[in-house]
Design a protein around this ligand. Structure first.
Ligand SMILES: [Zn+2]
Length: 254
């Protein structure tokens, strides 16, 4: 494991730099070193790719319908000065399911006891499945969490108040959380799309799974209840990456 600098590469120039340049497990290049190789047309190859082995499976995390609330909306729904009470921790660091729930009030029906996830965030957001949308009588678009511009609103009923959201109702787009180390292993960047293969009784391929990278994230494939049911998946099952950005990878790299 090493940090490879441009200076180090220059010392190799004397005897010639192999092409492709082999990176050992954990090796990282400085941006200048990466440019140095690129300028000379030298490709990179990680040591892992020279021996055929499978990429690790990604654990599945199934999200039921849930609500994220701004601090103002927590108070509007539960009372002045109120803060959420953690009930249990979620797989992603710092995230928790709160003891508190709200009801979603749609034009066709009410869904009771919808879990609030904490901590509170900037803008309130409600994530439901397409099936929930039929029950409620609202049909929100599929969006990544946080991308709520132009989405429909919905009314929330809490223990001591009601909030009518003007926007923020979405069907969550499936995504994979990963650390920067995982991103290197899977050879992807923030915003790339993975092609994910499920196994089991009803194998399916999720062709456009968005990669979200953060040092706080642990490896997790997040899908909603409809997707989990369609693929016969449960939380803790494993899926395999078979491609990225629209391209199926050779079996050697899976
Ligand atoms: Zn997620």
């Amino acid at each position: 494991m090493a940090l490879i600098t441009e200076t180090h590469l220059r010392t190799l120039l004397v005897k010639g730099i192999p092409n492709p340049y082999l990176l050992k497990e954990g090796d990282r290049l400085t941006p200048a070193a990466a440019d140095f190789l690129k300028d000379r047309g030298i490709a990179l190859r990680s040591a892992q790719s020279s021996n055929p082995r499978i990429l690790p499976g990604i654990p599945v995390g199934v999200s039921n319908r849930h609500v994220h609330l701004s601090p103002e909306h927590v108070q509007a729904l539960f009372g002045a000065g109120y803060t959420l009470t953690p009930l249990r921790e979620l797989t992603q660091q710092g995230q928790f399911a709160a003891r508190e729930t709200v009801a979603l009030l749609g034009p066709k029906s009410i869904i009771q006891q919808v879990r609030i996830l904490g901590p509170s965030r900037g803008a309130s957001q409600v994530e439901i499945s397409r099936t929930d949308g039929y029950a409620l009588g609202i049909h929100p678009p599929v969006r990544l969490s946080g991308d709520i511009q132009g989405t429909p609103g919905i009314a929330l009923v809490g223990a001591s108040g009601v909030v009518v959201l003007q926007q923020g109702l979405i069907i969550a787009k499936n995504h994979v959380h990963m650390s920067p180390d995982d991103a290197r292993l899977f050879e992807v960047n923030q915003g790339d799309r993975l092609i994910v293969q499920t196994a089991g009784e009803r194998p399916l391929i999720f062709a456009e799974t968005v990669v979200r990278v953060s040092a706080q994230y642990s490896l997790d494939f997040h899908i909603d209840i409809d997707e989990a049911n369609a693929a016969h998946l449960s939380s803790g099952d494993q899926v395999q990456v078979i491609g990225r950005n629209g391209q199926i990878m050779s079996t050697e790299r899976r």
